[in-house]
Ligand binder design. Structure first.
Ligand SMILES: *Cc1c(COP(=O)(O)O)cnc(C)c1O
Length: 434
């Protein structure tokens, strides 16, 4: 196997490292988790990427979720160009914002009103602030391995001695996060009902639980779906405690089904966080919920949220164009593509200690002998083998998520031929590990 050249990527990375921390504007892009430097991208079309050295890849990152129609879909590009010609931003309401809110509310059963943001992180911040204001309480339960953006209060991890079962005070997961910001967040292991009950009790004894926040289909530790009944239990615990259930559908919303994971899994949130697909590749997020809660946001109510570029006309145009092509047929096609890919990858893996986990539109290849049900299971994967396998894929024209803890994002642009090429590259890369 001859590795493709990456001269230009290495040159750009060397220069960028002097100007941008790590050379990247978001850490996972650096590819350190798979033991190599990033490939710098020149362009994308459909399901494929071209790097600055001219190498072509079948792309399974797809910008980490927004590109459900693949790269540079002509209808989205046209919508953005048309919007741009009428002005990039006004700081005043535009009709597209209304249409996007309408489209989201029509799809998401638990959403009556929508507030747009520029990112999923901001939507999380706003949902947490709203939940605390609505309940007059402080504590938040989040699940280990879930990601809700880079806000201080959720950059928390279980303190030592609380990682297994009993809930307790969390500690900052990053330098620069104060203990104060982390201590109102309780980190509970995913798919563990006992621990969740204990966490809820612990919160109740200390001033009360404001909200439980969860990714209904967690995809930031690799894809780790809820075990039967777990999400329903999360819903019940929140209701019983008088706390809000915040479902983070930044990835799952508008990807796994028309009405998101809430529709697919039959569970209903009090507040829903959205992003990625609703921006069609431009910066966008949103928080949505019933009018009673959403009406607490300024200027209707007193809970502050704002954003210079919230509901930006270009982002809204891209989101609307993207959503307009997501009908029932599109979701069936995406589910079929994902299933085909999952089956091909499982066949390529053969009887190796690998778990291919998928749901419509998302997939993870875990290098684990055992099923992965929690963040602890995910962390126990053979991360070194995953890294070597990914390097093998890259050298064979397939661009996987460069971390065991990120999901693959097949798109509606992925064709059978590309899936087959992926399967051959996967099999050769598996063989190379031996
Ligand atoms: C990406 C992501 C976020 C954060 O969204 P940004 O737009 O990157 O701020 C929040 N929650 C989940 C589940 C995500 O995957």
């Amino acid at each position: 196997m001859s590795s493709p050249t990456d001269t230009r990527s290495r040159d750009l990375q060397g220069r960028a490292a002097q100007l941008i921390p790590g050379g990247v504007n978001s850490p996972v892009r650096a590819m350190r988790a798979i033991g190599r430097d990033p490939l710098w991208i020149r362009a994308g079309d459909g399901a494929e990427l071209v790097d600055v050295d001219g190498n072509r890849y079948v792309d399974y990152v797809c910008s980490w979720g927004p590109l459900i129609h693949g790269h540079a879909h002509p209808r989205i590009v046209d919508a953005v160009c048309e919007a741009a010609r009428s002005g990039m931003s006004f700081g005043a309401p535009t009709e597209g914002e209304l249409l996007l809110a309408q489209e989201i509310a029509a799809r998401m059963q638990s959403v009556e009103m929508v507030r747009s943001t520029s990112s999923g992180t901001e939507a999380s911040m706003t949902a947490i602030r709203l939940a605390r204001a609505a309940t007059g309480r402080r504590a938040i339960i989040k699940f280990a391995g879930a990601y809700h953006g880079h806000l201080d209060s959720l950059l928390a991890e279980a303190g030592s001695g609380v990682a297994t079962a009993a809930a307790g005070r969390s500690v900052p997961a990053s330098p620069g996060v104060t203990e104060g910001a982390a201590e109102d967040t309780i980190v509970s292991p995913w798919n563990d009902s006992r621990a969740l009950e204990e966490a809820a009790e612990w919160a109740a004894e200390r001033g009360g639980l404001a909200a439980i926040i969860a990714e209904p289909l967690p995809a930031n530790m690799g894809l780790v779906p809820p075990q039967d009944g777990f999400l329903q239990e999360v819903r019940e615990v929140a209701a019983r405690c008088g706390a809000l259930l915040i479902l983070d559908e930044v990835i799952s919303g508008f990807r796994v089904a028309r009405g998101g994971a809430q529709q697919l899994l039959g569970v209903s949130a009090d507040l829903t966080i959205m992003g990625k697909v609703i921006g069609g590749g431009l910066p966008a997020g949103a928080v949505g919920g019933p009018a009673e809660l959403m009406g607490m946001l300024a200027p209707e109510g007193e809970v502050y949220h704002a954003g210079t570029l919230s509901g930006n006309p270009l982002a809204v145009a891209a989101g609307l164009a993207s959503l307009s092509m997501l009908d029932e047929d599109a979701y069936m096609r995406l589910a079929a593509t994902t299933e085909k890919l999952a089956n091909l990858l499982a066949a390529a893996a053969g009887d190796r200690p690998v778990q291919v986990v998928s749901c419509p539109g998302l997939l993870t290849v875990f290098f684990s002998e055992r099923p992965v049900r929690s963040f602890a299971d995910a962390k126990a994967c053979d991360l070194d083998a995953y890294g070597r396998w990914c390097r093998g894929l890259l050298s064979r024209g397939v661009y996987p998520p460069p971390s065991q803890f990120e999901a693959w994002f097949p798109s509606l642009a992925h064709q059978q031929e590309q899936l087959e090429r992926t399967a051959s590259a996967a099999e050769e890369s598996f063989r190379e590990l031996e």
